[in-house]
Design a protein around this ligand. Structure first.
Ligand SMILES: N[C@@H](CCOP(=O)(O)O)C(=O)O
Length: 435
């Protein structure tokens, strides 16, 4: 399988090269030349496959012979070693709990898979690799955890100062060793821009071995498709007929991974893109105009993205046709006041604590069911409520229990380096890592 850049200014390349490069030199995102339709045989055996087996069956189509089957199987087994239960609130409302991994967010799936793939591909590399991750909260935690103490790898996490939760900050600012957190004066989009500028800086890349751990990296994105199959498997054990996925969206990696699953043949009826005030994609779906805008701070802060990277991949999937995209995806936006009300409603109706991102997903599902079609839906619950304890407790009066592993981090001193939103300063910092 070859991978091309969405900007089409560089030649198509191998899986290994696309993963190690992260972002193409022309600032495009790597896409597989085809998204293969999975065989009827795969769908026949899907009901009895475990999550790691699903991961292996999917990944082998994208990896080809660049990693042996036994190594790929082992990577899937190690990376996907936690539960992703589908919780039924009622027949119309299902919650896919993606937050049972080590950092309590859906990013654990992608980051654990990617860190193992990268370690495998780089096992004979002698140069130090610098993994860059821009984060609005969850990616930083999962990537830091995934690469912590991996020999030969330095992780640099850029996050917007004051715009992530206390728990998220503790997860990537207390580890030390090969993990450095840069606290940027700016927004997530500023962090993402700094990272993308570094990738396009050929002089810098001649000196440093850089790669990306955001969903711009195909090895971070691909595993996010695994759980759509897993959710489908669980859902269809009990229900027949069409259902939709409602996806809390920021950088749109999660929704793009869902589109990959659909292209691979998973019968997903429709996608609901659930957004907060950072509604660039819902506005596009309504108007056919994509206009990146500065992100604004909201309660669902991990989704505070004004210029989502994966929109370039979404465009590719739909052949740049707005009409076709809009037939498959409906976008909604919700305010913080609505999000708070949804957290309260879910708690009072179902005795279930949902975090602000899941709450936006819940709202979008309910709106879709009311305004478009009343089919059952699966909301992707992207983060554990304890990661957003402040708002969940304030609204419900219930404090989500703090797992022991997290309590330990919360007691540790925060280590971060302040960084103005200035590319030259960022570059100097990166160069200093080379010494
Ligand atoms: N919501 C993200 C922002 C980065 O998204 P990614 O999926 O591209 O890594 C976060 O929590 O950091």
């Amino acid at each position: 399988m070859k991978y091309f850049s969405t900007n089409r200014q560089v030649p198509a390349t191998s899986f290994a090269h696309a993963v190690i490069e992260g972002l193409a030199a022309d600032k495009g995102l790597f896409m597989p030349e085809t998204i293969p339709a999975l065989s009827p045989d795969f769908f026949t055996k899907l009901p009895s496959l475990s999550l790691p087996e699903i991961g292996f069956e999917i990944a082998r189509n994208f990896v080809g012979d660049e990693i042996t089957e036994s190594d790929l199987r082992q990577i899937c087994e190690e990376a996907l070693n936690f539960e992703i239960p589908l919780n039924e609130l009622d027949a119309q409302t299902h919650i896919l709990e993606l937050f049972h991994g080590p950092t309590l967010a859906f990013k654990d799936v992608g980051a654990r898979f990617m860190s193992r793939i990268m370690s495998h591909l780089l096992k004979n590399e002698t140069k130090k690799v610098i993994v860059l991750a821009a984060t609005s909260g969850d990616t930083g935690s999962a990537v830091a955890q995934g690469f912590y103490q991996v020999p030969g790898v330095e992780v640099v996490v850029l996050y917007p100062s004051g715009k992530v939760s206390q728990v998220q900050e503790a997860q990537f600012c207390t580890l030390g060793k090969n993990i450095t957190a840069l606290e940027v004066t700016g927004t997530f989009d500023d962090c993402q821009r700094l990272v993308k500028t570094a990738f396009a800086d050929t002089a810098l890349r001649e000196k440093l071995y850089l790669t990306s751990a955001n969903s711009i990296n195909i090895a971070r994105l691909l595993p996010q498709s695994f759980y759509y199959f897993y959710a489908y498997q669980q859902f269809t054990k009990k229900y027949k007929g069409p259902f939709v996925f409602s996806i809390p969206s920021g950088n749109y990696g999660n929704l793009t991974a869902g589109l990959f699953s659909w292209k691979m043949g998973l019968p997903i009826h429709h996608f609901v893109a659930a957004s907060n005030a950072n509604d660039t994609v819902p506005v596009y779906l309504e108007t056919a105009h994509y206009t990146a805008k500065p992100s604004v701070s909201t309660l669902s802060s991990a989704m505070d993205v004004g210029d989502p990277s994966n929109f370039a991949r979404m465009r590719e999937i739909f052949g740049d046709s707005w009409e076709t995209m809009k037939q498959r995806i409906t976008g909604f936006r919700f305010s913080d006041a609505e999000t708070r009300k949804a957290i309260e409603e879910v708690y009072k109706t179902y005795n279930y604590l949902i975090d602000p991102h899941g709450a936006v997903g819940y709202l979008a599902l309910k709106k879709y069911q009311k305004e478009a079609e009343n089919v059952p839906g699966v909301v992707l619950a992207t983060a554990h409520p304890v990661k957003f304890s402040e708002s969940v407790t304030e609204v419900t009066g219930q404090q989500p229990p703090v797992p022991e592993s997290l309590a330990v981090l919360l007691d540790k001193p925060k280590k971060s380096i302040p960084l103005p939103d200035d590319y030259q300063l960022f570059k100097e910092f990166l160069l200093s890592k080379n010494s």
